[in-house]
Design a binder for this molecule. Structure first.
Ligand code: C2O
Ligand code: CU
Length: 492
């Protein structure tokens, strides 16, 4: 065993866990929080049409960089990140995607139920100078979804340079809800990401094999380092996205209770009071926070417990830092008691365990799922349209993963045979896998049979994804597909 590894073991790290800790540098909180603009759209033949152009740019990340430094970035319709798309359940939408970069990229609609050919994964890459126009109908509950590139083997690099944005869905339940809902004022999108900068102020992406991937020493919200948001209402709603490539957060506002109202794919059944909330890469949550007139509070990321272990070096022990400062005005406008109706569609969207026709098993280890790395030419799983299934997923090693399935919102049935913690109770598309634990996920493949175009499932720690921790599944008509699971099926 090399000396370095012995040293790590000596200080309590887990073998294979990798690099030394990357402590986050505390910044001065003085920059107004950037709010991603709402994307304009037009209605054309009954379709709400957006456009998104991936392009290069430059931006200052002071105070993390020298005031004069211009960091080279990528963004959609701007220099960094992208506008917030927003649409209503029942609407038909299209997005005119243009690639003005000199590399191929793609735009994936994370959390969206839509045909595989519109999904924006590695089979829908857009050439430099090219364009792509996916079109689909919004048919799922109100939620905070997002979009980001998904080109084969390059997802980490493209997201790291700045390509990502939110896609907010509304429905009757969200329209009738008593919740803070003024975008950018008391309904605040928060894309949380980490970066490191070199001496010239450029992003550093080492890809030196450290686990769980590149961890930056600077944390930003919507691209703002040391961000401050002025609060003008008694309650504020934060739409949190962990848009980092590798880092997991445990969000809290010390001295305040958070009220979680929604997870990845929509509202919880009831408001859930929490002290803190862990979000792995790709996960979202909507939380409410109550503030007193004149007070200042900070959104903080606490030490992340990786599931029974505090893992130095992989974004665990000793790793706590502030993300955003909230400054309440001396007099605050009243906010409603949080409430939302049960959506009329709730029953149609509900999943029932007794409907499950099969169980598939997925073991994540190293860069492999069930012993194989991603192969664009191999379909790993074939599911039948309309089927409800259970996917049993486990990290079989000492490090966590962040498991994401395209096309569906699933329900976490159990973790190692026990009911999941309440924050995992809502609809989800991404789940943090604590090491060695077995997660049973219930999902239904509702529509859109297409035997030729696969959807992806993968780890959302993007280095893991890029290096092979991804598989492909197709949804087929019952006549075309096996009722038994394929490769990687249940093996009790
Ligand atoms: Cu957010 Cu397959 O990705
Ligand atoms: Cu992983």
């Amino acid at each position: 065993v090399p000396a370095l590894a012995l040293g790590l073991l000596g200080c309590g790290a887990i073998p294979g866990a990798g690099s030394p800790a990357v402590p986050v540098v505390e910044q001065e909180f003085s920059q107004p929080l950037a709010i991603p603009p709402l994307a304009p759209s037009r209605i054309e033949d009954g379709v709400r049409v957006f456009s998104l152009t991936a392009q290069e740019g430059e931006r200052s990340f002071a105070p993390a960089t020298e005031p004069g430094a211009a960091t080279r970035t990528w963004g959609f319709d701007g220099e960094f990140l992208g506008p917030t798309l927003r649409a209503q359940r029942g609407e038909r939408v299209a997005v005119e995607v243009e690639n003005r970069l000199d590399e191929r990229t793609s735009v994936h609609w994370h959390g969206m139920h839509l045909p595989a050919a519109m999904d924006g994964g590695p089979h829908q890459e857009v050439e430099p100078g090219g364009s792509w126009r996916p079109e689909w109908s919004i048919d799922q509950p109100a939620a905070t979804l997002w979009y980001h590139p998904h080109p084969h083997g390059e997802t980490e690099a493209h997201v790291h340079r700045g390509l990502a944005g939110l896609f907010i869905l509304d429905d009757d339940a969200s329209a009738a809800a008593a919740l803070p809902s003024e975008y950018g004022v008391d309904d605040v999108p928060l894309i949380v990401q980490d970066r490191s900068f070199d001496e010239e102020g450029q992003f550093v992406l080492d890809q030196d094999g450290a686990e769980p991937g590149e961890l930056g020493d600077t944390v930003m919200a919507n691209g703002t380092v040391g961000a401050v948001h002025e609060v003008t209402t008694e309650r504020i709603r934060l739409r949190l996205l962990n848009g980092s490539t590798a880092r997991t957060y445990r969000f809290a506002v010390p001295g305040h209770e958070l009220t979680m109202i929604a997870g990845d794919g929509g509202f919880l059944d009831a408001p859930l009071p929490l002290e803190s909330l862990r979000l792995a890469p790709g996960e979202r949550a909507e939380v409410l926070l109550r503030m007193a007139p004149g007070e200042t509070a900070r959104l903080r990321s606490e030490e992340v417990d990786l599931g029974g272990v505090l893992l130095p070096g992989a974004n665990g022990g000793g790793d706590a830092f502030d993300v955003l400062e909230l400054r309440a005005a001396d007099s605050l406008a009243p906010s409603p008691e949080p409430a939302w109706p049960t959506a009329a569609d709730a029953e149609a969207d509900a999943l029932h365990e007794e409907d499950a026709v099969t169980t598939r098993e997925f073991e994540l280890n190293g860069r492999e799922i069930n012993g194989e790395r991603m192969d664009m030419g191999r379909i790993d799983e074939v599911v039948r349209v309309g089927d409800t299934e259970i996917w049993e997923v486990r990290s079989t090693q000492a490090i966590p993963h962040s498991f994401h399935v395209h096309d569906v919102q699933f329900r976490v049935l159990s973790v190692d045979g026990s009911p999941p913690p309440p924050e995992l109770a809502g609809p989800k598309d991404t789940v943090y896998l604590e090491p060695q634990r077995r997660y049973r996920l219930l999902m239904r493949f509702e529509d859109y049979a297409d035997p030729d175009t696969p959807y992806m499932y993968h780890c959302h720690m993007l280095l893991h994804e890029d290096e092979g921790m991804m598989g492909q599944f197709t949804v087929v008509e019952p006549a075309d597909g096996p009722s038994e699971p394929g490769r990687g099926g249940a093996q009790e």
